[in-house]
Design a protein around this ligand. Sequence first.
Ligand SMILES: [Zn+2]
Length: 224
Amino acid sequence: MKLVLLGPPGAGKGTLAAFLNKKLDIPHVSTGDMLREEMKNNTLLGQEVKHYVESGGLVPDQVVIKLIENKFSHDKAIDKGYMLDGFPRTKVQAKDLDILLNGLNKPVDYAVYLDASLPVIVERLTGRRICRHCSAIFHVKNNPPKKEGICNRCGGEIYQRPDDNEETIKTRMSVYLKNTKPVIDYYEAQGKLKKVDADRNSQEVQESLMKIVHSIGEHERGCC
Ligand SMILES: [Zn+2]
């Protein structure tokens, strides 16, 4: 199954990707992780990425496309399918991605859009706390650490990311929706959009995703 994951920060893409990875054994391809990995390994591409990041600019589309091309041409795990996360975020990117993936004979089957509303996202992100040491994620209400300010897993200090405040979240969300609405329309026009109500808890979201996956499987086997 070849999927693109769409959804604003706080919609639960990371959790869902981990679940699908376990259930279906298809790799989660996060362009954000890939960019960080290239920088860490100090590859030529990584040096280029670092240059953009350090000068405060955006990494150009063509650099990310190149990264995806490298990964999708060489990584055998991708033959089973993929969940692409972090790209595309604009319609231009979606079109470029189609050209690339069609060329590699690995076209997108479906775009899964995790549709979460602003109040829910604000509640999730303003309550989010992260361990400085092991990056474990907590939530003040839904998943509080046993001891306040201390990580359950490693005993490290727990902090709140400075950009997890209501104003910044609202700005991020409006930028996301402005850019991503055309991407959603683009996949919808191709009949590839699967929309999931992501205001619900992660278990309910996972259940509706599995229903979609099964219906796709039946459709592909031509039984109904
Ligand atoms: Zn920790």
